[in-house]
Design a protein around this ligand. Sequence first.
Ligand SMILES: Cc1cc2nc3c(=O)[nH]c(=O)nc-3n(C[C@H](O)[C@H](O)[C@H](O)COP(=O)(O)O)c2cc1C
Ligand SMILES: [Fe+2]
Ligand SMILES: [Fe+2]
Length: 394
Amino acid sequence: MHREIAKGVYYVGVDDHHTELFEGLWELPFGVSYNSYLIVDEKIALIEGVKDPWVDELLDNIREIVDPAKIDYIVMNHMEPDHTSALPDLAKIAKNATMVYTAKAAPMQKSFYDVPLKEKIVEDLEELSLGEKTLKFVHAQFLHWPETMLTYLVEDEIVFSCDAFGSFGALNGKIFDDEIDMGMVESESRRYVSAIITSYLKFVQRGIAKVQDLGIGIRMIAPSHGPIYRKDPMWIVKKYLEWSSPELEKNAVIVYGTMYGMTHRLAVNLKKELMNLGVEVKLHNLSYSELSKVITDTMRAGILVIGTPTYDAFPFPKVWSFVNEMQGKRFMKRPIALFGTFGWGGGGVFKLRKMIEAMKCEVLEPVVRVRGRPNEQEIEDCKKLAKVIADRLK
Ligand SMILES: Cc1cc2nc3c(=O)[nH]c(=O)nc-3n(C[C@H](O)[C@H](O)[C@H](O)COP(=O)(O)O)c2cc1C
Ligand SMILES: [Fe+2]
Ligand SMILES: [Fe+2]
């Protein structure tokens, strides 16, 4: 399948309904697309590849338009294998193509694939003429890897924005924002940002400011995953700016683990007390909530409330792993409230506290720590903690 998105510019990407976890971590209930674009001018350029199992489908899509052996340039905005692992097979067919990427991408390409094609290293804002059309390359370091760039098609005013402005969800032939349910796009792009971009939010703000300073016209934003924005290209830019804003919200999110419901009893009581105090609150049981949804809700939560049972003298593994993920995602610092239960020696909440304090986050008092099933008095302690949280959020 291919579709012309502007004169001589084609969508030739593919849908992946097979991968269960993106990057081995993030659920894909609606699949994901690897978007690839073909520009046919005096020279022929392919912008982005796909993940390797989909190379034949990509080649078939290209063959509907031109013989892939005639490709002159393969532009790689980013070296992550979801866009580049088709390269070794592509190189066997597009034998005369030149790979176009940044200087930082060159050693990555060599270490990942080492394909025997010519390469062209492009500087920031360098232009490449394809005949009537011109490509302009805009370096966008750490959006979300160090070698990333965006490619701008000058005459058609299309930004090929790589992973920036991307979204989960396969396209099923409906490739434009005006053809898709935008409610679905909003939740899947938000989940995508949480999973993939959270560690690099300041680079999102920086990248958007850089493109705005160039003062170029933008008629379309064509990312490497998810829909192409042509009806309202600024919609997704505004969303990304909102989601990457460092401001915390005036709410609390409770994230906890539980095996037999002891810790759960504290979690639901805390939630009830917070609601009674008028605090906006969300709750995630880590054994059920999908991690990217938990990150979406916790990224900007004013106060994060974390609960854990003790498991082999440590915090519950899913809680431990979530807190590690928070650290990797460089969550903005904010006060953290802690609660938990244990059966004999404890250690869960205690070690969790140490871990949080090592991240230089303030731990609110009281920490609610209970042996066995929380009794009436201990449920009262939840009230105290809820009050402290509510006062902090004022
Ligand atoms: C597999 C397993 C390991 C546990 N390890 C410890 C432990 O090392 N130290 C401790 O004090 N309690 C331990 N416990 C007891 C639980 O921490 C305690 O029962 C807790 O209240 C369970 O809370 P939950 O029902 O919310 O999961 C363990 C329980 C299980 C099931
Ligand atoms: Fe990527
Ligand atoms: Fe990607």
